[in-house]
Ligand binder design. Sequence first.
Ligand code: ZN
Length: 247
Amino acid sequence: MLEKILVIYLILLLTCSQTFALSQKSEKKAWERGGFSKVKIYHLNADRFATENEVQQFTHKFALTVVLIRESGWTINLALENFQKAYEIFAQCGVKLNKIKLVIGHAPLKHRVADFGILGIDRFIALNTPPTLHPIVYLMEDTNMYFIETLNIHNPHMSYAYFEKVKSFPELVNTTWVSSFINMNSEKRLRAGYNSLAHELGHILLNDGHVLEKIPNLMSEYVDLGNNKLTKKQCEKIKNSPLVFPL
Ligand SMILES: [Zn+2]
């Protein structure tokens, strides 16, 4: 029921310029050709995440495409909770998570689990779905990354980001895959304040791996030092990302 109310709310938030309405129909079909079904596309204005007593002065902004796969353990409500946390984390830098294009659809199992052992599967989605705004986040069931996990000590089997520096597959650059496991209570308790979605977006916006110095921050190599903070240096680097724009 709660989800139904949220869907109605999202529909009310839908951007409805005429050109957009026309292109949306073909975009929906293009996602369906890529293996998704019953696709719905919403445009969220992230001002909805602003808190009442927000004093943050934003100087920069970025936007996202998020693909929420049904039957993956992700619900709209869980996605909104994570967007809220990511909004708050990047707000520290004066960087606003400004707009989110939310694509919701059903998908077969091969799309619900990112299997990096057979890169073709994941490239299939990127190669067969319409070109869209990046960064792009896939909210999926699992990320089975048995050979990549050593690069992601922070979140093995939870999430992964493919940032510009990696570059082997250009169509995957600025993509992140986040499994529904990040929403487990045990995970939340272990990493209070930390947010996996924001961490993965951090890789993309910073175009960099983990921080090896023992400074507590969002991008720390060490689980114990991972929190919701970004350093001044990280904030400056994010503002200079080609994916981030001055307001
Ligand atoms: Zn990481």
